[in-house]
Design a protein around this ligand. Structure first.
Ligand code: B12
Ligand code: SF4
Ligand code: SF4
Length: 315
């Protein structure tokens, strides 16, 4: 179909690494899993996960007349993994992993919501120019849409035992975004699960947040404690964070499929001056410097007070 080819070509043109398409429909398989996840309070204090239950499971309730969900992947794997010895053997002296607090790779550069939103807006403009008046909306972790479930349905990967989507050619260090459109397109099919007997992510998680294969208790994840939780981090977590100060990459760093990760192509995701910082620089950080250095960064979500709480917890 002409429109399907146009969508896939436009995705490439705008720098997305992969694009897959699904029929906009009820997420039957996900419904009982999401319900159970919420019932057992695995969302912790992320109350927004309880909102719009029906819309989250059916994009047709979110975008009127929608027929297709276009899933898009954007790589964020950095050229230099600032905190990992393994990935930087040749740069070891530049690496200050021993004397540093760790920041998740997804947060090295500018906030992905902003970067991807711009690309999606252009995407819709191009489609409207070439196809005519279409109703569509763009999403990047910005609404009740199950990003991973749609990307999985569209054949872009499978949900690993750590619950992130893994792509066979790129690993799992990428963002997921969608366009939900009111036009019919050709649909892709899901692929299999390639975790096999591996349990590396489950074994490596320091807070035992992967409570069973494929199920993450959000309320136990370091990412939740350091980014989402507004209160103090519970005392029983002391000594478990392995110096992760904003998010956590452990379950993905140990995943064999991330041997296929390759550096991204998005200049906005490059880290700025903070990459040279060591523990002392974080201890001495003022609100003024924080606001300047992290003005466009995902770290602004925690604000200075949140980041200070995280660093104090790790001291
Ligand atoms: C809430 C949330 C979190 C929470 C909860 C995590 C979670 N797993 O739900 C917290 C704050 C902990 C978190 C952490 C992270 N997150 Co987050 N998060 C989200 C968010 C907003 C919603 C996810 C969701 O719907 N959860 C609800 C539960 C029910 O879904 P689920 O965990 O995927 O559960 C599925 C599986 O468990 C499966 N399942 C359940 N039981 C069973 C049983 C069997 C047998 C099988 C086969 C499957 C299965 O079905 C469930 C439903 O599909 C999405 C954005 C979005 N709008 O989708 C980003 C998102 C998932 N996060 C993302 C990222 C990058 C992260 C971090 C890596 C960030 C970091 N470095 O710190 C970590 C990873 C932690 C981890 N191992 O999951 C990316 C993932 C990209 C990818 N490659 O998959 C997303 C998609 C954002 C984006 N748009 O790019 N996140
Ligand atoms: S991100 Fe870290 S804390 Fe969360 S599940 Fe993965 S290894 Fe565990
Ligand atoms: S570490 Fe192993 S079990 Fe976990 S997601 Fe990767 S392949 Fe699957």
């Amino acid at each position: 179909m002409k429109n399907t080819a146009l969508v896939k070509e436009t995705a490439k043109l705008l720098g997305f690494d992969y694009c897959g398409i699904s029929k906009a429909d009820f997420l039957e398989e996900e419904a009982p899993r999401l319900e159970n996840w919420l019932k057992t309070q695995k969302n912790g204090e992320m109350q927004y996960m309880e909102n719009y239950f029906d819309k989250r499971l059916d994009p047709r309730l979110l975008v009127e007349g929608s027929k297709s969900v276009v899933s898009l992947l954007l790589n964020y794997f950095p050229k230099k993994d600032i905190f990992s010895k393994k990935n930087n053997q040749e740069n070891e002296e530049q690496n200050n992993q021993e004397n540093n607090y760790k920041i998740s790779k997804y947060a090295y550069g500018e906030d992905y919501h902003e970067v991807i939103k711009e690309k999606l807006k252009t995407f819709l403009e191009i489609l409207r120019e070439k196809i005519g008046e279409i109703n569509g909306r763009c999403f990047v972790d910005s609404a009740p849409v199950m990003d991973k479930a749609w990307a999985k349905k569209s054949g872009l990967g499978w949900l690993g035992k750590h619950s992130n989507l893994i792509n066979r050619k790129m690993g799992s260090f990428f963002f997921i975004a969608e366009l939900i459109l009111d036009i019919e397109l050709e649909y892709d099919s899901p692929i299999g699960d390639y975790c096999g007997t591996c349990t590396k992510c489950i074994d490596a998680c320091p807070t035992d947040a992967i409570v069973s294969p494929y199920v993450v208790d959000g309320s136990k994840c370091i990412s939740y404690f350091t980014i989402e939780l507004k209160k103090e981090i519970p005392n029983e977590m002391h000594g478990k964070f392995a110096d992760w100060a904003f998010g956590c990459d452990i379950c993905q760093d140990v995943c064999p499929w991330n041997r296929f990760a390759y550096p991204h192509n998005t200049p906005n995701f490059a880290p700025n001056e903070w990459q040279e910082w060591q523990k002392n620089d974080w201890h001495e950080l003022t609100e003024e410097v924080f606001n300047k250095v992290f003005k466009k960064s995902p770290l602004k979500r925690t604000k200075f007070a949140g980041m200070k709480r995280n660093i104090d917890f790790l001291k």
